[in-house]
Design a protein around this ligand. Structure first.
Ligand code: AMP
Length: 283
């Protein structure tokens, strides 16, 4: 496995692989790798001939007062994980390499960035879309792998790729969960043992939501009420949003129909957690 810290060297490595007729898979991450990331890497390794993982804690997607400084950066462990998973190149650039001067060009995806997390993190998706556009231009992958865990991010990236005709296919992989249902996240390590227990209510509430929809409930306000009751079983959970939206447009729904996304963001202590489920009522 090669480790590359520069745009020039990762381009050379990928070019050589492409010239050898290999299909290039790419998994962008911020590191602190866990079984969720590993599942994306394993899918990429299965579907492609040459896999690049980027590890870059992207400053432009963090807002003021968010956890950019304290975000975990266990690079050595991450490299071990990548090596074991069969990654060909880890691209781990410095901030200076990615943003050598003040960045004046941004990718603003409209509408789908306005609901859900976009409300409380107004510049987050601009940072995500911009860094992904940069990384796609640097790595030039055939396939790029994202997690359903960050459902809005996946929709935003798909929209960007579609609108800008970027020559990459986006693959979205299922959310990997702990035994109790909690979506695995690099931020879970901020949680105390009790808070981790409380956090299991997030998925429990989403499962309840799925049951209600499958049992025929179509009134979104009734469903949201029920999710909120489950979350309120813990005094430690502070709800940021509970939304039921169209899975493609991310617009709020009042009545359930078609493919819907039920998404939640909460704070437990100072840790912000998100999760979601997709339910297809047209099936
Ligand atoms: P991050 O390092 O948090 O930027 O995440 C990198 C990629 O891993 C994103 O596409 C995430 O959606 C994905 N990811 C994070 N957690 C999970 C999980 N529990 N299951 C599946 N994918 C995940």
């Amino acid at each position: 496995m090669k480790i590359s810290e520069t745009i020039k060297s990762v381009r050379e490595l990928v070019n050589a692989a492409r010239n050898a007729g290999k299909r290039i898979g790419f998994v962008p991450t911020m590191g602190a790798l866990h079984i969720g990331h590993i599942s994306l890497i394993e899918t990429a390794v299965k579907q492609c001939d040459f896999v690049v993982v980027s590890i870059f804690v992207n400053p432009t997607q963090f807002g003021i007062g968010e956890d950019f400084q304290k975000y975990p950066r266990p690079l050595e462990t991450d490299l071990e994980i990548c090596k074991k998973a069969g990654v060909d190149v880890v691209f781990a650039p410095s901030i200076k390499e990615m943003y050598p001067n003040e960045n004046l060009t941004w990718v603003n995806v409209e509408k789908v960035t306005e609901s859900l997390c976009g409300k409380s993190r107004p510049s987050h998706f601009r940072g995500v879309a911009t860094v992904c556009a940069k990384l796609f231009n640097i790595v030039a992958p055939d396939f790029a792998y994202f997690g359903q865990k960050d459902a809005q991010q996946a929709v935003v990236i798909r929209q960007m790729v579609y609108d800008l005709n970027l020559p990459v296919e986006i693959v979205v992989c299922p959310t990997v969960r702990e035994k109790d249902g909690l979506a695995v996240s690099s931020r879970n390590q901020y949680l105390s043992r009790q808070h981790k227990k409380d956090a299991a209510l997030i998925y429990k509430s989403l499962q309840k939501c799925r049951q209600m929809i499958l049992a025929g409930e179509t009134d979104v306000s009734v469903i949201i009420d029920c999710i909120s009751k489950v979350l309120n079983q813990s005094l430690a959970i502070e709800i940021e949003y509970i939304s039921v939206v169209d899975a493609q447009t991310l617009q709020n729904l009042t009545k359930i129909s078609g493919k819907i996304l039920a998404a939640i963001a909460v704070k437990i202590g100072s840790t912000r957690l998100i999760d979601n489920i997709l339910v297809d009522t047209s099936e």
